[in-house]
Write a protein that binds this ligand. Structure first.
Ligand SMILES: [Zn+2]
Length: 237
């Protein structure tokens, strides 16, 4: 799968907007640096901003009461964070956690909401994006039920690789276990398997994608299904 997300470091959601209106929006945005491990919002918390990542990658994670959780959405330069609140949902039951440090643009919720209400094209873009959110969530549920941990790991890595500039994914084994919702020994074994096949290299605090084609072959159909459907949704606006 050659992903159209890869190889472009601007925010692609904004790039799809009418250039003139987008320029006005950009004037009202602030560039921010997102640091790894920092939550943009916690479960049940109102979101003060909407964020448009350009190089950062953010994970939307939903948990159960004992603290265990699973990543449902990987959001990078193809995404916005805070759409839940813009769509009228108030606080989200999930949390947004920065996974790959990098840059983003942010805008206050109420300012963005005003633009959203006044601009039908922007509304259409955000609504389409919200559908891609559902697509990712649905396939993640299917994937977690039917596919092996190695396949899920390959999917999670490809989703990130699509959203970063190089091949270095900032990923500790703790974070991997957390986002995949499994115990650490399981994830260590799966990562080792990928490493032995020459697909990735595991270094302290990061995973280097060595053989992207090999990772794509190993990944289940969910990765291609997510990428294909999200691309269709966003390019047909
Ligand atoms: Zn799968």
């Amino acid at each position: 799968v050659s992903s159209p997300v890869r190889g472009n470091n601007k925010n692609q959601l904004l790039a799809r907007h009418d250039p003139e209106r987008c320029a006005r929006l950009l004037d009202a945005m602030q560039p921010v640096v997102l640091r790894r491990g920092v939550p943009l919002y916690e479960a049940g918390q109102r979101m003060r901003y909407v964020w448009f990542p350009t190089t950062a990658v953010v994970s939307l994670v939903f948990g159960v009461e004992d603290g265990a959780a699973t990543e449902v959405i990987v959001a990078g330069r193809d995404s916005m964070i805070g759409a839940w609140e813009i769509m009228g949902g108030g606080s989200s039951p999930g949390r947004a956690l920065v996974q790959q440090a990098g840059h983003a643009l942010r805008m206050r919720q109420e300012l963005f909401r005003r633009e959203f209400d006044a601009d039908p094209q922007l509304r259409e873009l955000v609504q389409r994006y919200f559908l891609t959110f559902l697509v990712q969530a649905a396939y993640t549920a299917v994937c977690n039920r039917y596919h092996t941990l190695a396949q899920q790991l390959a999917r999670a890595l490809l989703m990130r690789h699509d959203r970063i500039a190089g091949d270095k994914i900032q990923f500790t084994q703790e974070m991997l276990a957390y986002v995949l919702g499994v115990r650490r020994p399981g994830v260590t074994a799966a990562a080792k398997k990928l490493q032995q096949q020459g697909l990735i290299d595991y270094r302290r605090g990061c995973i280097v994608v060595v053989d992207r084609g090999g990772l794509e072959s190993l990944a289940c159909s969910c990765y291609a299904a997510i990428t294909g459907e999200c691309t269709r949704l966003m390019t047909s606006v």
